[in-house]
Design a protein around this ligand. Structure first.
Ligand code: HEM
Length: 460
């Protein structure tokens, strides 16, 4: 095949219907440049993807030159999804041609997943790539490279890639593509504006997401009512969590654009990522489709969230209870590179601990007396509005603010990792971003569970 161009389309609705662990299914077609035919997914949710009407038996080019895509309808009505094109590639066919993604049709491993080869019932050769990570622009190139590198597929004209969700197959990057296409920019704009008014808000929004996760269902946002007790009064949250107003503002804007569509849990997840980016930290790929809880658990919030007085083994087990490795716990703790803490949570460290730099302790005592001043704030590290690796350097010089912070560098098993992060900001950024993806996908409510709250503070 000479002179190739590529096109790809994503679709999340197929995932819902098929019930398998897809988050996205993409169709990637390599075709001749002069072949001006676009490729679209159809509306029939029983099908994985539609193939282009390339040539008999694949359509014979009858659609050539016709307007395509989901452009605005001429009469000003909302864009209408395209009718499904024939033929379609069903889930059964996908499984059949790849022998259920079995060894017989396996042709090669690549950086993002495994490639399988098969022949469609109509005889066309196809390469199917089963991806294990979330969507990334490099994937197109990667796949093209694989194909062109001379896998067994010598004359393949149809290449599919099947993207599997990272930890929760129910979530997908394109979840709101049709229902609220601008939701990302609405959230990003609101977060940027909040962080530029007060840099600490970025830290507060990140923490809000953390305290929601270990569940990721927006339960943390529910207000108490006469007959309902939420999580806001839990020990780690009370008089401490911030950012609820920012979430309210975002929700109000989203409700006016796309009523009842974007969940509060997804807003929290996106706002946390945007906050880190706004404070010059790393970015990561997000998937959406979480739904909001209709209930909350004060006792779970009290028992699951780690305490600032935790020992290293306490921190390890608290994160391990949620499926995190010790390495991930150390990376996630790097969130304390931004934000501030109240005197009440670190006072004991200033007055009763030995593994603290003495001039650091002296300077903090001014603002955090042995009694009183409970709510006086001190920054977690020397650059609290910049998402960097300074936190780990501070731990090495015994300038950890919380007892739990210093536990990560106190002669124990995590010292080496703290040293690595202190000297390698890029490694920290990558590990933090990966751990955040994992955290954001912990036990979400999906499908028909829970609801999409119209007001994040109360159930519908
Ligand atoms: C490792 C166990 C952790 C403990 C014991 C812990 C504890 C705390 C405490 C006590 C505060 C100060 C609260 C206050 O003074 O009101 C705090 C603040 C904060 N925590 Fe953690 N945390 C931990 C892990 C995390 C993780 C995993 C994240 C996010 C991924 C995170 C993000 C933050 C942020 C950004 C702040 C500052 C918030 C602000 O300035 O508003 N923490 N944490």
């Amino acid at each position: 095949m000479k002179d190739l161009v590529m096109s790809s389309r994503g679709s999340s609705h197929v995932r819902e219907k098929t019930g398998i662990n897809f988050s996205i299914v993409k169709l990637l077609v390599l075709r001749d440049k002069e072949d001006n035919i676009d490729v679209e997914f159809g509306t029939d949710e029983n099908n994985i993807a539609t193939a282009p009407p390339r040539r008999p038996p694949y359509g014979g080019g009858s659609n050539r030159g016709e307007p395509r895509g989901n452009g605005p309808a001429k009469n000003g009505a909302p864009p209408k999804p395209l009718p499904i094109e024939t033929p379609t590639i069903s889930l059964n066919e996908l499984n059949r041609i790849t022998d259920n993604f079995g060894t017989k049709s396996f042709v090669g491993e690549s950086s993002y997943g495994r490639v399988f080869y098969g022949k469609l019932s109509a005889g066309e050769e196809a390469a199917v790539k089963k991806l294990d990570t979330s969507s990334s622009p490099e994937l197109d190139n990667d796949f093209t490279g694989q194909r062109q590198a001379g896998l067994k597929i010598s004359c393949c004209t149809l290449c599919l890639w099947v993207l599997f969700g990272t930890t929760s197959g129910q979530l997908s990057a394109n979840f709101y593509a049709r229902t609220c296409p601008n939701f990302r920019s609405i959230i990003t704009r609101a977060v940027n504006s909040a962080v530029s008014s007060e840099a600490r808000m970025g830290a507060s929004l990140l923490r809000l997401h953390f305290h929601d996760c270990f569940g990721c269902d927006a339960s943390v946002l529910l207000d108490d009512t006469a007959n309902f007790t939420g999580e806001k009064t839990a020990g780690p949250n009370s008089n401490s969590l911030r950012g609820f107003n920012v979430i309210d503002t975002i929700k109000t804007q989203l409700e006016s654009q796309c009523p009842g569509v974007v969940s509060c849990a997804d807003i929290l997840s996106a706002a946390a990522r945007d906050s880190v980016v706004a404070l010059r930290g790393p970015s990561w790929n997000l998937v959406f489709g979480r739904r909001d809880s209709t209930t909350a658990s004060l006792s779970a919030a009290n028992s699951n969230l780690p305490s600032p007085t935790s020992s290293l083994s306490g921190l390890i087990s608290s994160f391990s209870n949620q499926g995190f490795t010790t390495n991930e716990m150390v990376a996630l703790s790097g969130a304390h590179t931004i934000g501030q803490a109240r005197c009440t949570v670190f006072r004991n460290r200033l007055y009763n601990e030995n593994n603290i730099n003495s001039s650091f302790a002296t300077s903090l005592r001014t603002n955090c007396p042995s009694s009183g001043g409970d709510n006086n704030l001190s920054p977690f590290d020397a650059s609290p509005t910049s998402f960097d690796n300074r936190y780990y350097n501070d731990l090495i010089s015994q300038r950890g603010l919380l007892h739990s912070d210093q536990e990560l560098f106190n002669g124990g098993s995590t010292d080496a990792q703290v040293r690595t992060y202190s000297s390698n900001a890029a490694t920290f950024s990558t590990d933090f971003a990966n751990a955040m993806v994992k955290m954001a996908n912990l036990n979400p409510l999906t499908g028909s569970s829970g609801q999409v709250r119209t007001n994040c503070r109360r159930t519908n």
